[in-house]
Design a protein around this ligand. Structure first.
Ligand code: FES
Ligand code: FES
Length: 157
């Protein structure tokens, strides 16, 4: 039986009809056409599908959609725009932390959740926060640098 699901996505209230077994990633990509969130492994292993639900980074490919009822969901589309780039996006570009870019939306969302909780994360803390996000291209060094750099920028705001 289909169910109504109401939640906030990137600051906008939405209501969608879902099958109770639907996963959050499918609602985002298929129903809401928010394709910035990527499907990698589909098994909770790579982090490409990471979004932020009420401040926590989650793997949307294994996250039941019904769990976001009444929640605030943030995807990469809500992080920044071309006109107003988020400090994390800016630092990722400046530090060369984006190569093929497939892991980037997920990395950004995990990093965002971290920076909401920790103002000055050291390398160890950043590595731990990004441990579930796999990147085939960068070797992680530049990604970690970018997150540190963005934390510095945010602290100056
Ligand atoms: S696609 Fe969700 S963890 Fe890989
Ligand atoms: S930049 Fe290609 S997978 Fe990370």
């Amino acid at each position: 039986m289909m169910k109504d699901l109401a939640f906030t996505i990137n600051g906008n209230a939405v209501m969608v009809r879902i099958d109770p077994h639907t996963l959050l990633l499918d609602v985002l990509r298929e129903t809401l056409d928010l394709t910035g969130t990527k499907r990698g492994c589909g098994e909770g292993e790579c982090g490409a599908c990471t979004v932020v639900v009420d401040g926590e980074a989650v793997n949307s490919c294994i996250y039941p959609a019904w769990k976001v009822e009444g929640c605030n969901v943030l995807t990469v589309e809500g992080l920044g725009s071309r006109e107003e780039v988020h400090p994390l996006q800016e630092s990722f570009l400046e530090k060369g932390a984006v190569q093929c870019g497939f892991c980037t939306p997920g990395m950004l969302m995990s990093a965002y959740a971290l920076l909401q909780k920790t103002r000055e994360p050291d390398e160890k803390v950043i590595k731990k926060a990004l441990a579930g996000n796999l990147c085939r291209c960068t070797g992680y060094k530049k990604i970690i640098e970018a997150v540190k750099d963005a934390a510095g920028k945010q602290n100056k705001l």
